[in-house]
Each structure stands twice: as structure tokens, then as C-alpha cells.
Design a protein around this ligand. Structure first.
Ligand code: HPA
Ligand code: ZN
Length: 316
């Protein structure tokens, strides 16, 4: 089934084995001795407990080759799961805080994407993601830094700890990104309320909502998503591992479908949540979604991607 992956953080594909290899290669000290000790850290109560490990492990990424290798490892797995197009988040503010150069990070990721396109036929690109629990000034200066690379980016996004960091804080940053010609998406309604989804639409002009699960708490917001054709990039295994739901059957996917909201299926941070995109589709099959419904999610992913119309026609 040809599909697009629309919600994937490249740093979230850093498998523990690769993290330890890179730590060794780059002389970065990690607080854990060996793979078993590191693996024991992958139990999460909520989004924040995951983010703590995710940001800590990002310190092993130091060179353009590291970013290229990370991208290629992801694209190899995505290809095996039938991904033909991928729109991939990265968190530049964290890499800048780690002392890395913005253009170096971009160079590594773009080299990986170019090799992946040639090797696997996967199209796609990068979405600059704002880390919303860092100071707004940090987001602003990162966007300024990215301006001369706007042609190498497809969009801007908003991620990290959600509650207490509403989309409204980033209205100006997104306006600047839009003026740079970037598409806009935002994580909203993962742990935060339906009102954050409304803010992402009204203030950030988000064209897709990442997660969006709590939109279901508001009939008005759900109806609006359907009416305006705004797709949700749902990540089932992520929602379960971060305890957004206790059981996948609690995900409101069927209610969204019944109300005409376009749902797509994605892996978010597959190295942390127990599976790549194929495993996320499989998890939905396991709780009773049929082949036609899964094919509908895949079709939605292509339709709601930012691929050129000609590419979409090729993939549909
Ligand atoms: N939510 C918020 N921030 C993130 C996520 C997520 O699922 N993954 C990586 N950063
Ligand atoms: Zn995410």
C-alpha cells in the first residue's frame, strides 16, 4: 500500500544501538552503561518523560554524517513499510543549543534525503519544528537563521511539551515562516485541549494538525476540521506509549471518521514507541480496522501531503 508519512521526528528514529555507537564515535558521555541500562529508560508516563530522554540522547548527534546516517536508517525502514513520500520534522533549536551549526545539520539531513530518493524512490522534505517550551525568542532567532534556507524546507511545525505553551505564543513566528513560503502544521490536542487546535488553525494557519486527539472533546472543533478539510496526523503507538490513551481502542479515530475528519496514520518517534509506520497500521488492524479503512488512511496521507500535484497523481 503506497503511503506518505506526515508525522515523523527524525531525532525520534534514533535507535538506542545507534545512539550508543554515535556516543562512542563522538566521545559523548551518556549516563547509562550499555544497551540494557539505556533500554530500561524507555518507559514513559507522559509526553514530558519521553521528551527528557529524547532530548538527552540528541546530544550524540554531532556531525553532518551523523544526520545523514540517521536519515538513511529511517528511509530504509520506511521503504520496507511502503512509504513513498515523507515529510520529516527536525528540532533545530536543540541542535543549536548543543553547539551545532544550522547549515551543517541541514546538509546532513538533505544528503540523507537525496541518497534515499535515489535508492528508494522516496520523495519528501524537511519541516522545521519549533520547540514550544523553549523561549519564544529562541524560536524567533531560529526562524531568522533558517530564512536563507527556505528553499530547502517544506514547512514549519510546533512540537514538544504542549500544556502551558499554547499556539498563540508563536503567531508571529508562523507569520514569518509563511512569508518565507513555508507550509504550516502544528502539534495540538495531544495532551492539550481542543482550544489549542482552534488556536493552531486561527492564529498559525495550520494546514494539518499533528495528533489532534483532543479535538474530539469539542463537537465544534471536530466539525470544523471536517468542514475545512484539515487532516489529523494520528500516531497510535505514540499515544499509547505516552499514555494519551490506556488502550488503542480508546482512540477516537472511528468517531473522527464518522464525522468526516481525514485521519492519517504515522509513527511520530518510532525508535521510542515500539514501531515504525507499518506497525502503527498493524496496531489499528489488530483492533478491528478493515483493509478498506487502512487503505483510506494511506490515501489520505498522500492527498494531505505537500507533494506537488503531479507527484500525488503518481502515488494515488
Ligand atoms: N509531541 C510533542 N513533541 C514531540 C513529539 C510529540 O509527539 N515527538 C517529538 N517531539
Ligand atoms: Zn510528534
Amino acid at each position: 500500500m503506497p503511503k506518505a508519512e506526515l508525522h515523523l521526528h527524525i531525532e525520534g528514529t534514533l535507535e538506542p544501538e545507534l545512539a550508543l555507537d554515535l556516543a562512542r564515535r563522538n566521545g559523548v558521555q551518556l549516563p547509562w552503561n550499555g544497551l540494557d541500562e539505556l533500554r530500561a529508560q524507555y518507559r514513559f508516563e507522559n509526553l514530558q518523560s519521553f521528551l527528557n530522554l529524547y532530548y538527552q540522547l540528541m546530544a550524540v548527534l554531532r556531525t553532518a554524517d551523523d544526520f545523514r546516517d540517521l536519515m538513511l536508517a529511517y528511509l530504509e525502514r520506511a521503504h520496507a513499510d511502503g512509504v513513498r513520500h515523507a515529510e520529516i520534522f527536525f528540532d533545530p533549536q536543540v541542535h543549536l543549543d548543543n553547539g551545532l551549526d544550522f547549515d551543517m545539520v541541514m546538509a546532513g539531513l538533505l544528503e540523507g534525503l537525496a541518497i534515499g530518493e535515489e535508492r528508494y524512490g522516496i520523495s519528501g522534505g524537511l519541516i522545521l519544528s519549533i520547540v514550544r517550551d523553549k523561549p519564544v525568542e529562541s524560536a524567533r532567532s531560529m526562524i531568522d537563521l533558517a530564512e536563507h534556507r527556505a528553499g530547502d524546507l517544506i514547512g514549519v511545525g510546533l512540537d514538544s511539551a504542549e500544556v502551558g505553551y499554547p499556539p498563540s505564543l508563536f503567531e508571529e513566528c508562523f507569520a514569518h515562516a509563511r512569508a518565507m513560503g513555508l507550509h504550516c502544521v502544528a502539534h495540538a490536542g495531544e495532551e492539550g485541549p481542543a482550544d489549542y487546535v482552534t488556536q493552531a488553525l486561527d492564529l498559525l494557519h495550520a494546514e494539518r494538525i499533528d495528533h489532534g486527539i483532543h479535538a474530539i472533546d469539542s463537537p465544534e472543533v471536530t466539525a470544523r476540521l471536517a468542514r475545512e478539510g484539515i487532516a489529523l496526523t494520528v500516531c497510535p503507538l505514540s499515544n499509547r506509549r505516552l499514555q494519551v490513551v490506556d488502550d488503542l481502542r480508546e482512540l477516537p479515530i472511528r468517531r473522527f471518521l464518522d464525522q468526516g475528519v481525514a485521519v492519517t496514520v504515522n509513527s511520530d518517534d518510532p525508535a521510542y514507541f515500539g514501531g515504525y509506520i507499518g506497525a502503527n497500521y498493524q496496531a489499528l488492524a489488530d483492533i478491528g480496522f478493515g483493509a478498506d479503512e487502512l487503505a483510506g488512511f494511506a490515501e489520505n496521507s498522500i492527498k494531505h501531503s505537500f507533494a506537488a500535484e503531479e507527484r500525488k497523481r503518481q502515488l494515488l
